[in-house]
Design a protein around this ligand. Sequence first.
Ligand SMILES: NC(=O)c1ccc[n+]([C@@H]2O[C@H](COP(=O)([O-])OP(=O)(O)OC[C@H]3O[C@@H](n4cnc5c(N)ncnc54)[C@H](OP(=O)(O)O)[C@@H]3O)[C@@H](O)[C@H]2O)c1
Length: 341
Amino acid sequence: MSGRRLGSTTGMSESGLTVAVTGPTGTFGAGLMPLLQRDDRIAKIVGIARRPFDPSSRGWTKMEYRRGDVRDPAALSDALNAADVVVHLAFLIVGGSAQSTRSINVDGTLNVFEASVASGAKRFVYSSSVAAYGFHRDNPVGMTETWPTRPANRLFYAREKAEIEELLHDASSRHPELEVYLLRPPVVLGPNAVGAKALLPGPLGPLGRPLQTRLRRSPLPLPVVVPDIPIQFIHEDDVGDALLQCIVGAGPSGAYNIAGDGVLSAVDVVRELGFWPLPLPGRPARALARRLAQLPYLPSFAQWVEAISQPAIMDTTRARTQLGWTPRYTGLEALQATIRG
Ligand SMILES: NC(=O)c1ccc[n+]([C@@H]2O[C@H](COP(=O)([O-])OP(=O)(O)OC[C@H]3O[C@@H](n4cnc5c(N)ncnc54)[C@H](OP(=O)(O)O)[C@@H]3O)[C@@H](O)[C@H]2O)c1
């Protein structure tokens, strides 16, 4: 522990924090790091992820980067050693076998939590997801944080997000000295939306570039059948700002829904992407998605079909009133920034 004093969760200003970030090279890192870099309250950043990375290539001069894996407690202990605040972003969203995603996502998160406790850090900030609510038929539109998080039926990612929240809740009750902040964003967009993810999974990967070229050359918008379902987005910079508010303890610990203003339809998304949308009405589209999600032997990327089986729309009042967070971008602006990027 660095010996620097932290304020309480009342929004007191703090100075000279050492912030350790797992997975800083992905989408969330792109939104957060520039804010930490220019914030005087942050003295030092320690980043840890698996691949080689030079922070100076992005102008992140406060960052000391270490290669390491969240499955390796020794590497975590070393990287988190002097942290006042730990931000846990390392995760496998697409790709990987069931075994490897679970060991990175579930076991890795618990490893990072345990290493944070051992280091004497005062705050643990973790990015959960709207997916933690599952895609249950009784989920209301406009879920608040009082609505329960429940494992989805099929999608591995959503199941793990719900399970991790439960595990963190238990771990946190054993270690009340570590304040736990959870953010629940929807899909994050912006110029770095791809982050550390592969664009198309596995064997579909090589199709990515020819598909883009074909689209660019097409004289007319190509027709695409798209389910007419509501969807929220958030810009990576607004995620970065919400993470920063948690890092400095601008509001009480706990879970916060965050999303850009406005609810779009998948039809809007397809139109913005330059296609000609042929809308499939919401109810049959959701029923079809639910059936497809029940098929046996679904590879992990195909399990994402469950995400359209029920609208996942959140209310973000708590983040605005208690964390003092306000998004700068609407969902549509976040989408447009991605397309431009
Ligand atoms: N992006 C979204 O739309 C979205 C929406 C809601 C919630 N979230 C959540 O937000 C968090 C961050 O997402 P993101 O979009 O920034 O992810 P991302 O772009 O895929 O980046 C993942 C980061 O984790 C690192 N990482 C992966 N496996 C690791 C391991 N075993 N050990 C150490 N580092 C590892 C990656 O670097 P290396 O590959 O080099 O290790 C990279 O820095 C995740 O928990 C995600 O579920 C994301």
